[in-house]
Design a protein around this ligand. Sequence first.
Ligand code: ZN
Ligand code: FE
Length: 239
Amino acid sequence: MKIEIIKCLEDNFSYLLIDEITRSAVVIDPSEAEPVINKIESLNLKLKFIMNTHHHYDHVGGNKELKKLYNAKVIGFDQDKHRIPGIDILVKNDEIWKDGIFETKIFHIPGHTLGHVCFYFFKENALFSGDTLFSLGCGRVFECTHKEMFNSLQLIKNLPLDTEIYCGHEYTLKNSDFCLKHDPENKVLLTKIKNVKNLLSVGKPTIPSTLGEELQTNIFLRSKNVKNFSKLRDLKDNF
Ligand code: ZN
Ligand code: FE
């Protein structure tokens, strides 16, 4: 399975998962249709599935157009079926969904929204974390408690250290300011920031990160308890 990163809107990432033998593809969180269509056409692929981590417009904006154009099926969390546009296939927490070489575990990780899920492609060790875990940050807590978000991040923390993290936004450099403020002596963080700046200066995405790297640098993953996490989340909201 090959993973192509597609930049969408201002700072969103959509991801195209490709079976290079059959040329079939899955798109994760198509923010908008056009850049996804361009990539599909340029690589001569057949889009079979659309997966959404959550219902926000910048993650589902391309659903309907792509579904219509390619006759693709939309996959989303069963408890969010009322707000995922064009949903066809309902998946549950802890379920494994499979089609051909595409095989993913679904984890319900509430916090940013009530029905947020992530897709863990365990054979490739790749996690599509939507707006729950970012590189050097985490999503805002809109529909849940801080405790729920904290617990969702704990679940992710238990995955293998070399898990690649593909998140919903290019926020890494912005996030680094907050991490640095609260963790100024962290050498791994300083090195990561240097790398991030280098990547951005040549127009490359800072994604994927790895879980091991995030555990060493991401202040939200490093917070030890809900109280500490809540405090940081509140500070970040007003940063
Ligand atoms: Zn969102
Ligand atoms: Fe988003």
